[in-house]
Every structure is written in C-alpha cells, then in structure tokens.
Design a protein around this ligand. Structure first.
Ligand SMILES: Nc1nc2c(ncn2[C@@H]2O[C@H](COP(=O)(O)OP(=O)(O)OP(=O)(O)O)[C@@H](O)[C@H]2O)c(=O)[nH]1
Length: 611
C-alpha cells in the first residue's frame, strides 16, 4: 500500500508526531535513524542530519526551522502506516512555532539524554506537549555512553515531570539501538488523528518558507475536510485568497499529490508572496465552503528584542534595505523600519523574537549579502506614559522622552536547572540581575530547579554565558515573558567629544546607573582608538554628568610621516588605515569601533566592574 492508499484508507493508518528534546540530547540523530530504518532515505543519500536543512543550522548544530517527513512503516500487525514526523525548532526564541507544530500532532517522542537528565528546555517542551494533550513516549537516549544512567534519569523524568516511565524506551540514536521499538511504540501508543473527513476544510499552518520560484511553501496539517489542487483557499486570519498550484507531502523530498485529507500533513504552493501572508498558526479553509470558525491558538508573535543595524559604508544603505526585504519574505517575525541618526546616518531599527533570532539575521545579512554592519546593543521594549497622558512603547533608549511617568519593563519567569553545587553561584547571579526569588525545589538528590522573576533586559545581556560559566556548563535555563512592571529606570546617555552618542544610550535601573555609567566610560576609553585630539567621554542622566574619562591625543600621527603634501602617499596611508578599522562609525568626529556599541552588555552585573 502506498501513501495515497494509506490516506484514502483513513486516519487509522496515520500517526503524526514530533520529537522534543533539550539541545544536543540527540533529536536530529534519532530523526535520521527513523528515516533510515523506514527506508525513507537511503544511507548513501543520508546527508548527516537530514532534517536540519539550513547551512547555518548545520554549522551551529541547532535546529532553527521546522520541517517534516512522511515515512512508510509496516507494523507488527502487517498493516502499512504513514508516520509523519514534524520537526520542531530547538530554541526558546521559536517557542510559538514549537507550540503550533505540536498542535499538528497527536503524540511526541520526548528524548532525554540518559547521561544528563531533565533540563530546563525538556520541561518547557513537555509543558507545551501536555497543553496540546499529546501522548508522550519517553526515550532515554545515549545509553551507549559509559556515563549513561538510564535508571536515574528514568526516576528523574517520573518525579520531575510526573510521566509514567515504566515503558520508557532505552535507545542509542548513534548506534541505532531501540529504533524498532520506537517505531512500534509510535503506532501502538500514539492515537490516530480523528476522522474529520466529512467536515468543511480546516488546516493548521505550522511552518512556511519562501521559495523564489514557487512563492511561499506552506506546511500544514489538515484537521478537517480535504483539500485538492486547483481549489481556491482562504486564510482565515489574513483573509487572503489563493489558488492552490501544487500540493504534496515531504518524504522528505517533495512528492506531489492531488489531494490531502483530514489527518494528513503536507505542503502547498499558491504563488504567495511573503510568509507574512501565510503566518504560522493561521487556518486554511476553502473559499467556496468556508469553515465557520478558525482553529484556536493563533497568536501574532511580538518582537521582544530590538537593535539598530547600520552599514559601515553609508552608500550600502540601499543594499541593506533590499537584503532585509528579502529576509522578511521568509521570516514573518522579523520587523524593521528605517532609522536615521545624526551620529550613525541611515540604517534600520530591527525587532527580533530573541537574541538567537537576532544573531541569525545579522549573520545572514553579513554572510549572504556581504554587508558590513555596525550593530547597536540589543534592548527590550519599554512602556511609559508621556506628559500628555499617551501610552508610548520605546524600543530605542534614545527615544525615551525626558519627561515621562510610569516607565515599565518586561519581566520573565526564569527557570534554571542545575547540579546542586552551583545553586549558590546561580542565586547570586539572579540577584545581581535584579531577580526576585520565586521557588527552589530539589529535582533529585543531585539537581535543583530555581525559579526567579527577572527583568527581560537583564536576560538579554550576557546572562546565559554567565549561567554557563558559573555552573561549568552544567546548568540550563528557560524563560517566558510574564508581563510588564514599573521600576525606577533612567536613561543613561553617553557623550563622546561633547556630543550625545545616541546609539550608546541605554535604560538602566537608577541604583545601577552610576556603576554602569562608570563602567561604560572606562570601557569606551579602552575601545576607542586614540586620535589626533583629546576626547572626553561622559555618562549622564539628563543634564547631570555621573562619570567621565578622557582619551588623550595621539602624539604621533601616521600622516605626520608624509607631512609636506605627498598626496598619493597620503591617500595610500589613509586607505591602509581604513582597512584596519572597517567596523567604525564616526560620532562627534571620533571613530568608534563596533565593540563599543556592545560595551553596555558586559556591564550588566556588579562583578564586571570589580565591585
Ligand atoms: N554517544 C551518543 N551520542 C549521541 C547519541 N545521539 C546523539 N548523539 C550525539 O549528540 C550530539 C547531539 O546530537 P543531535 O542529534 O545533533 O542533537 P539535537 O538534539 O538534534 O540538537 P539540536 O538540533 O541542537 O536540538 C551529536 O554529537 C550526536 O552525535 C547517542 O545515542 N549516543
């Protein structure tokens, strides 16, 4: 029986599942094994980790984008099943996409590294799976490792998550141990999709990407009804209508089909111009027979972190605009608008889901579009009330008006999991970052979970790096935004050569302002190269200067060597200099290097200042 026959035979022969895991616990390796075992991919065709399609992903070793694969599997009952694996991104920034792809499934494999145990991200993912009422199959992976302790980890999963682990599967994705058992469990334990074939079409979009030839390729799960090539579909949120040019399933290469039925997962192409027109979470229905209600769970993702992007060479502004436009075709979560600053010239203020999302976009701009960028420090979105009573959102610190009231900042609930030896160090870290203790619980005798409420602004600095370094790499963390809170916050301005350097402004807690201000001017003094003249650097709150330093003038200047007006030599020298100082911007007639724009990030906590 081929996949077509399976679909036509009804949802009883379909299983839709995802794999959830903490980073590095073996999700991609296991997915590869399932593809191999079911003959979906031949081993000679197996590019290491088939599902991690993007180069950037492979290099970073993390899963960013979703994908799917249909496998054909003959079970012990002699029947052929279509197993649809829906891959999920592995990072907090993409939590909403994870939740939508889980909503497209009836079950999931929960992979836990048997040499490590439950990590913060495992928990976050399990909560999402439970919210979506998924059947969870626990897989204890990496049992081949000498340090594996499957029994301990089994107890941990039972105690911490409350899942019955009596039928947990012991596996090694690397050595292909336990793969048959996993496939059998998928068929036996994960329920088939509900048989909703007779209803009006409703399909859930759980991913989409832009293809330059076909337009946006939309990945979806048919919940109700059926969809055929040539039909005109309507997206219930965006209200846009498109004629379906192509329908198919991924196996994992695209295979065209004429129709997809309730319970199936597949893709469509319909000359859609940008992924923003077919957002994750939207519901597809038919124009001629629309469903009464859209599927639940739709949300517009809000960018959480903003930064400025400026080309180092002013004449590349149009290239940056074009590149951002192209990236946005494929990334509905990326927002940007032009920003003009007297100091920086023309650039863009860009919004991202989180720091990883930001780094990915920056890296792609630089790598795929050969742009050299000056990137300003990321900031969160503040809210305040202006003097005329209006509500303002501030995604750029320099735009905070001098007169305002009720300045608020986003807060997160942060959950850390750590071996107990590092509890003290991590509590200290959270407290230094204005954390408010919520809860501490022993997961097992060896490991502890710590929960804090913390300003998001403190997390988007070097918090994660600090957590890793203070726990020798053993702790993990996860957070979700809970809301806004008023705090005593002030705008800290930096003046270079007596001019306000807008891109260096930050919003900090009043108690930290002196320390951050002092740290920042000191750091800038180190980072900004000496120039022909003395450069005062000051930190100020309003008109009050709270810290100042000065960079003394260069005694010998390169041009002095050719004093006398040898123009070509002078040009050559200047060119040579220009090469070495690529990532610079001139502010207050001073050349400021890229690192200076990020300086504020490392002054987050008292220890960085030696206090
Ligand atoms: N010894 C051993 N190593 C494994 C096993 N499974 C995976 N690994 C290794 O663990 C590392 C992480 O595996 P991945 O499959 O990339 O992990 P992942 O969970 O997909 O990671 P993300 O894509 O970042 O979420 C790789 O170096 C794998 O070779 C296993 O069963 N045993």
């Amino acid at each position: 029986m081929g996949p077509r026959e399976i679909a036509v035979a009804g949802p009883n022969y379909i299983r839709n599942f995802a794999i959830i895991a903490h980073i590095d616990h073996g999700k991609s390796t296991l997915a590869d094994q399932l593809l191999l075992k079911t003959g979906t991919v031949e081993s000679r065709d197996m590019q290491a980790q088939f599902l991690d399609g993007m180069d950037l992903e492979r290099e970073r070793g993390i899963t960013i984008k979703l994908n799917q694969a249909r496998m054909r599997y003959t079970a012990a009952d002699g029947c052929v099943y279509a197993l649809n694996l829906i891959d999920t991104p592995g990072h907090i920034d993409f939590g909403y996409e994870v939740s939508r792809s889980l909503a497209a499934c009836e079950g999931c494999l929960l992979i836990v590294d048997a040499s490590q145990g439950v990590e913060a991200q495992t928990l976050a993912n399990v909560y999402l799976a439970l919210e979506n009422e998924l059947e969870i199959i626990v897989v204890l992976n990496k049992i081949d490792l000498p340090g594996a302790e499957p029994e301990r980890v089994r107890r941990e999963v039972e105690e911490v998550i409350g899942l019955d682990c009596s039928n947990a599967i012991l596996a090694s994705a690397k050595q292909a141990i336990g793969i048959d058992e996993i496939l059998a469990a998928i068929v036996e334990r994960i329920p088939p999709p509900a048989d909703n074939r007779g209803k009006d079409l409703r399909a859930l979009i759980f991913d989409s990407y832009y293809d330059p030839y076909k337009g946006v390729i939309v990945y979806f799960r048919v919940i109700d009804g059926e969809l055929r090539v040539g039909e005109t579909v309507k997206l219930m949120r965006s209200r846009k209508e498109y004629q379906v040019d192509e329908l198919g399933v991924l196996s994992p290469k695209p295979v065209k089909v004429e129709a997809l039925y309730a319970g199936e997962v597949g893709y469509l192409a319909a000359s859609i111009k940008a992924v923003a027109d077919a957002r994750v979470g939207d519901t597809i229905t038919l124009k001629r027979a629309p469903a009464a209600e859209a599927l639940g769970g739709y949300a517009e993702v809000q960018p959480m972190v903003f930064c400025g992007l400026f080309p180092t060479e002013a004449d590349r502004f149009p290239d940056l605009r074009e590149a951002l436009g192209k990236l946005q075709l494929n990334d509905a979560a990326l927002v940007y608008e032009p920003e003009v600053s007297s100091a920086m010239g023309f650039g863009f203020r860009c919004g991202f889901l989180g720091l990883l999302h930001m780094e990915i976009v920056q890296e792609r701009l630089e790598r795929e579009y050969s742009l050299d960028l000056i990137i300003t420090a990321p900031t969160v979105v503040y809210r305040c009330t202006s003097t005329d009573g209006g509500e303002l959102t501030i995604d750029n610190p320099c735009e905070l008006p001098d007169h305002h009231t009720d300045l608020r900042e986003p807060y997160v609930r942060l959950e850390m999991i750590t071996p107990k030896d590092f509890v003290g160090a991590l509590m200290e870290l959270a407290q230094q970052r204005r954390g408010e203790f919520v809860d501490m619980a022993f997961l097992t005798e060896a490991r502890t979970t710590l929960v804090y409420n913390l300003p998001l602004a403190e997390v988007v600095t070097d918090f994660f790096d600090e957590l890793k370094s203070r726990s020798k790499g053993y702790a993990s963390m996860e957070y979700s935004v809970t809301g806004y809170r008023a705090n005593d916050l002030v705008r800290l301005d930096i003046k270079i050569n007596n001019e306000v350097a807008e891109p260096l402004a930050s919003i900090v807690h009043r108690d930290a302002a002196y320390r951050v201000g002092r740290g920042l001017v000191k750091k800038l003094k180190e980072l900004i190269p000496r120039q022909q003249f003395r450069i005062p650097i000051q930190a100020a709150i309003g008109s009050r200067v709270i810290a100042s330093e000065a960079i003394s003038a260069l005694r010998k200047d390169v041009l002095a060597k050719c004093y006398g007006g040898d123009v070509s030599r002078k040009k050559k020298l200047l060119k040579k200099q220009a090469k070495g100082k690529k990532r610079m911007k001139t502010m207050g007639s001073v050349e400021v290097p890229q690192e200076a724009f990020m300086a504020v990030l490392n002054i987050g906590s008292p220890e960085a200042d030696g206090e």
